[in-house]
Design a protein around this ligand. Structure first.
Ligand code: ZN
Length: 287
């Protein structure tokens, strides 16, 4: 049974779609230190399973004013069993793939863009415009950069290119910040990837920030924001952007959600001295 969570914000209806979980081995964290991690994990409800954290992959359906927007698309078949449920979640939410008007991509890693293309290479979202940062698009399509990365990382370039290829005729490439789609403002959040982008849903009451991969581990990185992972393109910039975003979220009491925040992935950021904590939002009843 697919896991979805639906809530309303102003006149927008949002459905969080759980694609599955990635076992994230602790060796993937740069500078991982078992004592610090153990102390942080002991303070929460998280446990390591076979030396790994179970990290969720979330995507979102936002329905408003007769328009359907999808934010990220899950892994489809690219990352193995235990993932790839986003499509079933979308069906459970009553949204046919061809009814999606816009797909906003936070970045072009396979857990975000993998659901764009079917196995035969055709577009899953046959009527949708694809919106992604120009800088992100250019990075993954740069043959010189691809030739320069370690052999094991080339597959990421191949997967990224294949996923977005069927949308080449209906692309919106974002340059800088500003309107990404009706009701959404793009925020540049570089570091994890060069064109990593957040999207702020502008609602009547309060907004909701979809921050992509600002956090990969809810258990560890609010408390230890300096810890980066092997997939961060620029670790120093990743930490700088993460701190800037967490600072702003805490100061402005923003409602936030992220692709790897523990499902249902809706909450706020609290400041704890020089670090942070995540506070899950209360369940919304009476829909
Ligand atoms: Zn991700």
């Amino acid at each position: 049974m697919p896991a979805i969570h639906r809530f309303n914000l102003g006149d927008a209806r949002i459905t969080v779609l759980l694609d599955g979980h990635i076992p994230l081995g602790t060796q993937l964290f740069n500078g991982y230190d078992a004592d610090s991690a153990g102390a942080v994990l002991a303070g929460g409800l998280h446990r390591l399973q076979n030396g790994a954290l179970q990290v969720p992959v979330n995507g979102y359906l936002v329905e408003r004013g007769g328009r359907r927007t999808l934010i990220d698309t899950g892994t489809a078949q690219l990352m193995g069993p235990g993932l790839g449920a986003l499509g079933a979640g979308l069906a459970a939410a009553g949204a046919a793939p061809e009814s999606i008007d816009t797909v906003l991509l936070t970045h072009m890693h396979p857990d975000h863009s993998g659901g764009l293309a079917a196995e035969d290479g055709t577009a899953v979202f046959s009527s949708a415009e694809l919106v992604v940062a120009q800088r992100e698009w250019d990075f993954w399509h740069d043959d010189a950069i691809m030739a320069g990365v370690p052999e094991g990382s080339r597959g990421f370039f191949e997967m990224a290119r294949r996923s977005v290829a069927p949308y080449a005729g209906r692309l919106k490439l974002l340059r800088g910040e500003g309107e990404a789609a009706p009701g959404f403002t793009a925020l540049e959040l570089p570091g994890h990837t060069p064109g990593h982008t957040g999207f702020m849903l502008d609602a009547d009451s309060e907004g909701l920030l979809f921050w992509g991969d600002i956090i990969h581990s809810t258990a560890l990185q609010f408390a230890l924001p300096e810890w980066t992972i092997a997939f961060d393109t620029d670790p120093a910039q990743t930490v700088e952007t993460r701190r800037r975003m967490l600072d702003r979220a805490a100061a402005d009491n923003l409602l936030v959600t992220g692709a790897h925040i523990d499902f249902p992935a809706l909450g706020r950021v609290l400041r704890h001295g020089d670090a942070f904590a995540y506070q899950a939002a209360p369940w919304q009843f009476g829909l």
